[in-house]
Design a protein around this ligand. Structure first.
Ligand code: NAD
Ligand code: LMR
Length: 358
């Protein structure tokens, strides 16, 4: 991003200067898959955020219409929408600071996220080739499923071109945390109006690889709740996506809650780019993004995994620190042990993916 030279720490008007710093920073955000169920509301939320000054929208259909529609909203972001012809992807990505990828097919009832690999791996691969060519320094936020594999696919595309920076690649797992907060509030009615329940969710983004650390919830479960409640809540968080897939009955998976969660994460990343300090968010990252912190997490999970979701501290250059999982109960240790085999297989599958010409 291009920002002015105001340095808040040198100014006596610290708060005012921080405000200026954020507001004078130019940030171009790009959504790939912008005409889809997630893409459209996500683009809307980004358009309404004053930190975004340019918004690039790309899809294989409908982006000129989505862009024209959003461009009438009276907020600073200049919106452009492109389709594949005439180098549309490169035009969209030119000058991008943050690229968010919700392109690809969603689940239908009876499918696992891994069932989407067949189609989505190629889509994500080709978009990553475009990003590596036109915006190799951008922060890349991957929403497309299966996240456990699509993130390694992006990493390998960048590695093969000598452009990989693990600090700038993020798998978006925010929806798991959003769901965990909501479901904890539902179990503990005293918390139903609580503004911010934070429950760490670690591991990956599919079924048993989603590991909620309910013992670390900012708001504990009611003292009266026993093992059964804990297990039921854990299962609900792990399979929350299935609830939506079932209710949508063949028409797709979570889109609106995902757009909300995706925007929350993207805006945090944009604030970090703009110089705000101390921002922490959960994300599925390459554990080399912070070798020291990554080594601690590997020790905690007892396995040399390359990728894992945990809280990360984000700064203007991306991941600054990978934070430890912290104190785990025996039950949580078991959940992590159960997550490792599926996570390992999904990472290997993504890393091994090679594009065969269609
Ligand atoms: P959708 O079908 O409504 O939208 C996907 C969009 O991608 C469509 O507009 C389609 O035209 C576009 N697209 C397809 N191929 C493309 C390409 N090569 N380049 C650019 N755009 C392309 O689906 P959705 O509901 O928006 O879900 C999108 C993805 O997000 C799915 O894979 C879904 O599983 C995933 N998802 C992830 C999370 C998460 O927590 N990470 C949550 C919900 C959904
Ligand atoms: C979700 O968690 O809602 C997404 O990963 C979509 C899905 O397939 O469940």
């Amino acid at each position: 991003p291009i920002s002015t030279s105001i340095n808040p720490s040198q100014s006596p008007h610290h708060l005012f200067s921080s405000f200026l710093l954020l507001n004078l920073t130019m940030v171009k955000a790009v959504v790939l898959g912008a005409a889809g169920g997630i893409g459209q509301p996500l683009a809307l939320l980004l358009k309404t955020n004053p930190l975004v000054t340019e918004l690039g929208l790309y899809d294989i259909v409908n982006t000129p219409g989505v862009a024209a529609d959003l461009s009438h909203i009276a907020t600073p972001a200049k919106v452009e929408g492109y389709l594949p012809p005439d180098d549309g992807l490169a035009k969209t990505l030119k000058g991008a600071d943050v690229v968010i990828i919700p392109a690809g097919v969603p689940r239908k009832p009876g499918m696992t996220r891994d069932d989407l690999f067949k189609i989505n791996a190629g889509i994500v691969h080709d978009l990553a080739v475009g990003i590596a060519a036109t915006a190799p320094e951008a922060f890349v936020l991957v929403i497309s499923n299966p996240v456990n594999s699509t993130v390694p696919i992006v990493a390998e595309v960048f590695k093969r071109r000598g452009k990989f920076n693990p600090k700038r690649l993020f798998g978006v797992t925010t929806l798991d945390v959003v769901r965990a907060s909501t479901f904890v509030a539902e179990v503990n009615s005293d918390l139903s109006k609580s503004p911010e329940i934070v429950v760490p969710v670690v591991g990956g983004h599919s079924g048993v690889t989603i590991v909620p650390l309910l013992s670390q919830s900012s708001h504990p479960l009611p003292a009266s709740s026993g093992t059964e409640t804990l297990q039921a809540l854990t299962k609900r968080i792990q399979f929350g996506g299935d609830e939506v897939v079932k209710a949508k009955d063949g028409t797709g998976s979570a889109t609106l809650s995902m757009a909300y969660a995706g925007a929350e994460f993207a805006i945090k990343v944009i604030k970090a780019l703009a110089g705000e300090k101390g921002l922490v968010a959960p994300s599925y990252v390459h554990l080399d993004a912070d070798k020291e912190g990554g080594a601690v997490v590997k020790k905690e999970i007892g396995k040399e995994l390359d990728y894992f979701s945990t809280n990360v501290q984000i700064g203007p250059n991306g991941v600054e620190k990978i934070l430890p999982l912290g104190n785990l109960t025996d039950y949580e240790k078991q959940l992590i042990a159960a997550a490792v085999p599926e996570l390992t297989a999904s990472i290997e599958k993504g890393a091994a993916f090679q594009r065969t010409p269609t």
